[in-house]
Design a protein around this ligand. Structure first.
Ligand code: KIV
Ligand code: ZN
Length: 458
């Protein structure tokens, strides 16, 4: 199947556009560290910075170009000689250098920002690409604000830069204004109208102002783009860029709709995300797709019950596939007995139905107060329920971690249940969400308990 899939180039701009996010600027060492992780992640292109922007950025691009040798290393430049020369100075020792030249093309940018005419814009773009090409074989051109540019004029600029030697045409939705169908049509128009388009790679660079960056990037790929520009955790100007992890996992999880492959080693995604958050101090929102803290957490009782029986009930990709250590059942007031019993087993306690009922009643009261019941709360609750004399701590007060550790005394090891017989659809998993073998339902009341949980909506 993979032989039939078209290859999409992943151009990571975390170190350039991503760095333009408030609070996300990185120093030289930090950029270098992240560049090594992007290399491990398997991205095809690392846009390492904007060398003319500062001496620090210049040095960082230069250092990355010197030591990160597998991917293409790109540096950004405005469409003018000093920028292009500076970019080349930083990139020239890279194993695979790319100069990325950009110039705005929308009337609003030409008139108010650049104060140049359309004709001047065409000339400037052509000259800049020609100059970049005289230094470096690999030249990317971006018509900034392409999605608000008159398509006729956009094609005119693109004709000129292809003729001047551009090898990649990147189409930026600079202000996150387009929508998937429209962006797909624009890419199709470019493919149809631009002269020499068959010699170049079309790329999509989408911002997330309307929350559609990933959808727009995927629409562009469906329409023939073969490079996507994206960032780890979706960081970038304003609402950010299309998120690398979302694009890549959409292709991996839905090859029926997106029959494309990338060189990304998806198991490195979580590590890259964590490293970026650690470096910038900017946390990822908990419900962020793929790498948010809750992306593989299940709290509702019905979900937890399904997950414990077979993770495929509620998970469309495994945590392992993106490098997340394990999926996590969050114990809260919506959790059911099944999940509670399973967590107790993991903590070394097995209870019969009645004992679990006792704990469950107290657990629900506690969860009502503190929302999420952590392991140390649960241990205290177990101790309090079954050995009242041993505990002086009030039941529904959280206890400190050290105290909790003290109650976690070694207990008889939990007998490992036999795995369930194989199920035919779609993939058989012999283990539950915690990597444990699926339980055998030895308890005659078991099915009834689950049914009760379901009816109670826990
Ligand atoms: O959003 C944008 O237009 C850019 C260009 C420099 C590619 O980041
Ligand atoms: Zn951008």
């Amino acid at each position: 199947m993979s032989a039939e899939r078209a290859r999409v180039t992943v151009f990571d701009t975390t170190l350039r556009d991503g760095e333009q996010s408030p609070g996300c600027s990185m120093n030289h060492q930090e950029k270098l560290r992240l560049a090594h992780q992007l290399d491990r992640l398997g991205v095809d292109v690392i846009e390492a910075g904007f060398p003319i922007a500062s001496d620090g950025d210049f040095e960082a691009v230069k250092a990355i170009a010197a030591v990160v040798r597998r991917p293409i290393i790109a540096g950004l430049a405005r469409a003018c000689h000093p920028d292009i020369e500076r970019a080349w100075e930083a990139l020239k020792h890279a194993a695979h250098p790319r100069i990325h030249v950009f110039l705005a093309t929308s009337d609003i940018h030409l008139q108010y920002k650049l104060r140049i005419t359309r004709d001047q814009c065409v000339t400037q773009a052509r000259d800049a690409v020609r100059f970049a090409k005289s230094l470096c074989d690999d030249v990317e051109f971006s018509p900034e604000d392409a999605t608000r540019t008159d398509p006729e004029f956009l094609c005119r600029v693109l004709d000129a830069v292809v003729e001047a030697g551009a090898t990649t045409l990147n189409i930026p939705d600079t202000v996150g204004y387009t929508v998937p169908a429209e962006f797909g049509e624009l890419i199709a128009t470019i493919r149809k109208r631009v002269k020499g388009i068959e010699k170049v790679t079309i790329s999509a660079h989408c911002h997330n102002d309307l929350g559609m960056a990933v959808a727009n990037a995927l629409a562009a790929v469906a329409a023939g783009a073969r490079q996507v520009e994206c960032t780890i955790n979706g960081i970038g100007e304003r609402a950010g860029n299309a998120s690398l992890e979302e694009i890549v996992m959409a292709m991996r999880t839905r090859p029926d709709r997106y029959p494309y492959e990338t060189g990304v080693a998806t198991e490195q995604i979580f590590a890259a995300s964590q490293m970026l958050s650690e470096i910038t101090g900017v946390a990822v929102q908990p419900n962020k797709a793929i790498i948010g803290r809750n992306a593989f957490a299940h709290e509702a009782g019905i979900h937890q019950d399904g997950m414990l029986k077979n993770p495929l009930t509620y998970e469309i990709m495994t945590p392992k596939s993106v490098g997340v250590p394990d999926s996590k059942l969050v114990l809260g007031k919506h959790s059911g007995r099944h999940a509670l019993g399973m967590r107790c087993e993991q903590l070394g306690y097995q209870f019969d139905r009645r004992a679990l009922d006792d704990i469950y009643r107290r657990f629900v009261r506690l969860a009502d107060k503190i929302k999420h019941v952590e392991d140390h709360h649960l241990l205290e609750l177990i101790r309090d329920t079954h050995k009242p004399a041993a505990s002086a701590t009030p039941l529904i007060e959280p206890i400190p971690a050290e105290q909790a550790a003290a109650v976690n005394v070694p207990t008889p090891s939990v007998p490992v249940p036999e795995p369930e017989p194989a199920r035919p659809f779609p993939v058989v998993s012999a283990t539950n969400a915690f990597g444990l073998p699926l339980p055998v339902h030895a308890d005659p009341h078991h099915e009834q308990t689950q049914q009760e949980d379901y009816l109670w909506g826990v």
